[in-house]
Design a protein around this ligand. Structure first.
Ligand code: MSP
Length: 641
């Protein structure tokens, strides 16, 4: 597609931004970046929805005027986005005079066409939803969303003849399978439309009840209903009716919303557009809710997640990756820090981070960091290329359908495939056997594939992808990348250019420590008495090469209960195998991912028939044993001095 216009909902300014808002906006940002790399001209719109009862009430509660209050909360949204790596092209506010003018123009147009009429209406009004409910829609007499009893209000108001467009809308949805997606929401809307007559929509509020809104151009005793006002932001932002941006981007409009606002977007909005003589949007993309402790986030439940806290703790790119990977677009997903830490460690630290770091380290050990010239390819190379092509193709196809989670899942087949490729081609053996020709090809295949992975990841983790490419000796230029070409492109990395020595872009993360509980005994137990050793010469100490490494795997020693056989990544081409007497204190499954301090130049020896290439340093206390480590994560192979 040559152009791509995407919007998020414009968020109410009655509360601070939370994880739910962050998710929708991260998805929009990611898809904008993705479409840019697919060769499209893109435009990405977000903003704030500032009129209506909700805002008046929230402002009054904080002792501010609606405008002051809206200015403040709107700026919280606007300022948050860059901190989440989000690069929107526009931030619209419904209090912008340009937007107000466009709303009035649309109202006048629809009024002149005879689709707005004045009538008496009595209905159940929910202040939380800012809308009237019919008897049928209430659940046990309560608002289905807020579980509160709506107020019965009878008054004269203006109505939009929505019912007139019911048949047209049904036909349009049926003729355009991607108009509302995923499919379950399309079906939901169709069954709603087909279950009975659509009612007309009340689009005004008398000023006697609400003044914080846009005046109806044809009756100054009324303001416009907040939804009729808000939906029009998608047009006013593009400069409707004569703006260049409108002409250029409206035919390519894709909206993203959560299921809470399906009906206004799937029913009010297309019928409003039709009545105003405009073509409907291209697609409405609907996602589920982030649930926290099994409930939708809400201030009253106290389960609101603040995006910036997650960014501070885990980094912006890791947080974006988690959001996009964890939620299957369309379904609900549960948010917990445990799930986040688990996924980051499994997918980013273990799968991707290790692959990347190992590839760079091997390139250094075998070729001094210079990308070698590949030689003749063998069947293993053809196979990994085929697998990579398939994975990238899946990634692109799913992202085109807004299914980022499935797309990433697809790409990870390539990440895991490459990890296996290292194990099966065993570059260390090729090196030992001086098979430089084969080693050059294997190395090139690895690095070129890492490049392909990095460019595909740019939409998801822009800063990390750019750093990965820099570590591969390249600069990223978004204007030059074209993802469809990447499926078959080969040989883009320049042989001879220099790669970084190691990479620690995706460190292992840990859950924050729970607040310490004071020990009943007071002071810590004294350390067991250890006799001082004789003095050592400085030169003797200097002989030791002590390094920090990351445990990849730990297994029980087949013949000794007290020993574990641990594989440690010291940032070298191959991991070390170290036999360590720690089995009484650590279970093998606790160790992968932990950093340890290793005496790396201890002469290799066999311990109970297993080769040990170093020693893991530990501290023995009366309470047991601790593994010596640095307070924070450091790149594997860092030297202790
Ligand atoms: N102002 C209206 C939208 C008008 S658009 C013309 C509105 N605002 S809102 O502040 O309530 O935002 C709702 C949107 O925020 C959802 O549709 C979704 O994009 C996002 N989310 C809010 N809570 C969410 C979750 N718990 N989970 C996922 N997304 C959530 O409605």
């Amino acid at each position: 597609m040559e152009r791509f216009f995407v919007s998020t909902p414009i968020y109410y300014v009655n509360a601070k931004p939370h994880l739910g808002h962050a998710y929708t906006t991260v998805v929009a940002d990611t898809l904008t970046r993705f479409n840019l790399l697919m060769g499209a001209q893109t435009y990405f719109l977000t903003g704030t929805d500032e009129h209506g009862d909700k805002i008046v009430k929230a402002a009054a509660a904080s002792g501010q005027s609606p405008k002051e209050y809206a200015d403040h909360i709107s700026s919280l949204f606007r300022d948050l986005w860059p901190k989440l790596g989000i690069a929107n092209d526009q931030f619209i506010r419904t209090t912008d005079p340009k937007h107000v003018k466009v709303v009035q123009e649309v109202l006048q147009k629809v009024y002149d066409a005879g689709d707005i009429y004045f009538g008496e209406y009595g209905g159940h009004y929910c202040f939380g939803c800012e809308r009237f409910y019919t008897e049928k829609e209430l659940v046990d007499g309560l608002c289905p969303d807020h579980q509160t009893k709506p107020e019965y209000i009878a008054e004269k108001n203006y109505f939009f003849r929505m019912s007139k467009y019911q048949g047209w809308l049904i036909d349009h949805i049926k003729a355009n399978p991607d108009f509302i997606r995923p499919r379950q929401y399309r079906n939901e809307v169709l069954s709603l439309l087909e279950s009975g007559a659509l009612e007309d929509l009340c689009i005004s509020r008398p000023k006697s009840r609400l003044t914080w809104g846009i005046d109806l151009p044809f009756d100054s005793n009324y303001v416009c209903y907040v939804w009729f006002d808000a939906l029009i932001n998608y047009l006013s932002a593009l400069g409707w009716p004569r703006g260049e941006k409108f002409k250029k981007f409206w035919p390519f409009a894709n909206h993203i919303v959560a299921k809470d606002i399906l009906k206004p977007h799937a029913i009010f909005w297309p019928t409003m557009l039709k009545a105003a003589g405009l073509t409907p949007y291209l697609s409405l993309n609907v996602h589920g809710y982030w649930l926290v402790r099994e409930a939708k986030m809400s201030k009253s439940l106290g389960n609101v997640i603040e995006p910036l806290k997650m960014v501070d703790a885990y980094g912006v790119d890791a947080f974006r990756y988690f959001l996009l990977r964890e939620m299957v677009f369309g379904s609900d997903a549960a948010f917990s820090e445990e799930a986040l830490v688990g996924r980051l460690n499994a997918d980013l630290a273990n799968d991707l981070g290790n692959l990347f770091n190992r590839s760079l380290a091997m390139c250094h050990k075998y070729f001094g960091g210079k990308i070698p010239i590949p030689q003749e390819e063998g069947p293993e190379d053809a196979e990994i290329k085929r697998l990579g092509r398939e994975a990238m193709e899946k990634f692109q196809r799913h992202f085109e359908e807004f299914q980022c989670s499935r797309g990433l899942e697809g790409l990870w087949e390539m990440v895991r495939g490459l990890n296996k490729y290292i194990d099966s081609t065993a570059p260390w053996t090729l090196f030992k056997n001086k098979n430089t020709a084969r080693l050059s090809t294997v190395m090139y295949v690895l690095l070129e594939n890492m490049r392909k992975i990095a460019v595909h990841l740019w939409p998801v983790m822009p800063a990390s992808a750019e750093r990965m490419l820099a570590q591969l000796g390249m600069t990223f230029d978004k204007e030059k990348v074209y993802l469809p070409k990447e499926l078959d492109a080969w040989g883009i990395l320049d042989s001879g250019s220099q790669v970084a020595e190691s990479s620690n872009l995706f460190p292992r993360v840990e859950l924050p420590e729970p607040a310490p509980t004071p020990k009943p005994e007071g002071a810590p137990k004294p350390a067991p008495k250890a006799e001082p050793l004789a003095e050592a010469e400085f030169e003797d100490f200097q002989k030791l090469d002590i390094r920090v490494g990351t445990v990849l795997e730990a297994l029980r020693h087949p013949d000794a209960d007290k020993l574990l056989v641990v594989r440690v990544d010291l940032g070298e081409a191959e991991p070390r195998q170290i036999v360590s007497g720690i089995a009484e204190f650590f279970k093998p499954e606790e160790l992968p991912g932990r950093q340890v301090v290793v005496v790396a130049n201890l002469k290799p020896r066999k311990i109970r028939k297993q080769l040990s290439q170093g020693m893991i340093l530990t501290v023995k206390t009366e309470a047991g044993m601790e593994l010596l480590a640095t307070p924070g994560q450091v790149p594997g192979g860092s030297r202790v001095s």
